[in-house]
Design a protein around this ligand. Structure first.
Ligand SMILES: [Fe+2]
Length: 382
């Protein structure tokens, strides 16, 4: 079994990291007219029904219209977006003659925006895009505005969709789907309820921990991952229990951004891989699934990640990383079990088999995960 120290060896590794232009700060949404006016128009806004009903969403549309930027809205994005949603979004964009897509929302809306933009420009079946580096080129320009903190999707070359015909979550990884600009305004998270604030925040923590205690860590990313961990440990409780606290929302926005930066060059591991079947089959929100699995996968990885977990613990202000994650999860209400989401014990075997298909992420986990291991982790989380 490899040790954590051996895992930090990077001799001979070459990696690339593409970062989109980014504007961040309290009130950063005020910059949207300037950013969009430098692109093309008309603009189709891609979002979900909940976000489209918020006062801040109306404020953004007014802001754009006041600067002469005309918009149409597609508000049909649903969680873990099914392929059908992408096709609907492309149809809406064609009807609106849209030249730019503005994604506003959580990771689902941002991922849908990234892929719809590709299909608007390139005549290719969506099936041909799945996997790594299968996107033929950049799509129409996109601007991504997160309203959660978060998936970090606004700065990642990754989109995850649900193939509803197979009950399968499938990833698309390509630098071509990075946005033209990311606009991060922590005030847009103020109205996010405690539940989604908690589980999207735990998703950020999973990005940081899986990016740091990774089979292929990178010194450049290590600092970002530890800082993201520190920020989640310091701000998530307040963001959940006092959602209007701008300092906490800003801290979580920084954590989410840094967690997103970890995803391109390093990516995640077994927590995210084992969460796939939960999202596809049982429609458990991405962050909720990761929050649930995180301590169990950490316990499995602990024998090979001792020194890395010690650093995670220090970043969380304690000396036991797993305990710190469990306490945080309990404090913010994400300490759930698989059975709470309708999973039956007899489902675990097929879930373990399905998780084995996510080698894209399992190969990054610091410890090899067999199908029996995956089953044991699910059993522990049941
Ligand atoms: Fe995630």
């Amino acid at each position: 079994m490899k040790t954590a120290d051996a895992l930090t060896e990077i001799s001979g590794r070459v990696f690339s990291m593409c970062l989109p232009p980014m504007t961040m700060g309290l009130g950063a949404r005020q910059q949207l007219p300037r950013i969009l006016s430098e692109l093309d128009h008309p603009v189709l806004v891609v979002t979900d029904a909940g976000v489209s009903a918020t006062p801040l969403f109306a404020e953004i549309l007014d802001l754009l219209s006041a600067q002469g930027i005309s918009t149409e809205v597609y508000a049909g994005v649903t969680p873990e977006p099914p392929i059908r949603v992408i096709h609907d979004c492309v149809s809406a964009a064609i009807d609106a003659d849209a030249k730019v897509l503005l994604g506003i929302g959580g990771g689902s809306s941002l991922d849908a925006t990234k892929i719809a933009a590709v299909l608007l420009k390139h005549q290719c079946p969506i099936d041909s895009l799945f996997g790594t580096d299968n996107v033929p080129g950049r799509g129409v320009p996109t601007v991504l505005v997160p309203t959660t903190a978060g998936t970090g999707s606004e700065v990642t070359p990754i989109a995850v969709l649900t193939d509803e015909t197979q009950d399968l979550k499938r990833g698309i990884v390509s630098d071509f789907i990075l946005p033209s600009h990311a606009v991060i305004d922590p005030q847009l998270c103020i109205s996010l309820p405690p539940g989604p604030t908690a589980y999207t925040g735990m998703d950020t923590l999973a990005h940081a921990i899986e990016g740091y205690a990774n089979r292929f860590p990178l010194p450049l990313i290590d600092g970002m991952a530890l800082e993201a961990t520190r920020l989640v440990a310091g701000h998530l409780r307040k963001a959940v229990h006092d959602g209007t606290n701008e300092e906490a929302r800003y801290g979580m926005a920084r954590a989410s951004l840094l967690g997103g930066y970890c995803l391109g060059p390093v990516n995640t591991g077994a927590v995210h891989a084992l969460a796939y079947p939960l999202g596809a089959r049982f429609h458990v929100a991405h962050g909720a699934a990761n929050a649930l699995l995180l301590p169990h996968v950490m316990r499995f990885n602990a024998p090979v990640a001792e020194s890395r977990y010690a650093q995670i613990a220090e970043a969380m202000g304690t000396n036991d990383a797993i305990q710190a994650v469990e306490e945080l999860s309990a404090d913010v209400g994400t300490d759930r079990r698989l059975r709470d989401f309708g999973v039956q014990r007899e489902n675990l075997v097929e879930m373990a088999a399905a998780a084995m298909d996510v080698q894209r992420l399992l190969s990054k986990n610091p410890r090899d995960v067999t199908e029996a291991d995956a089953l044991a982790i699910y059993e522990a989380a049941f």
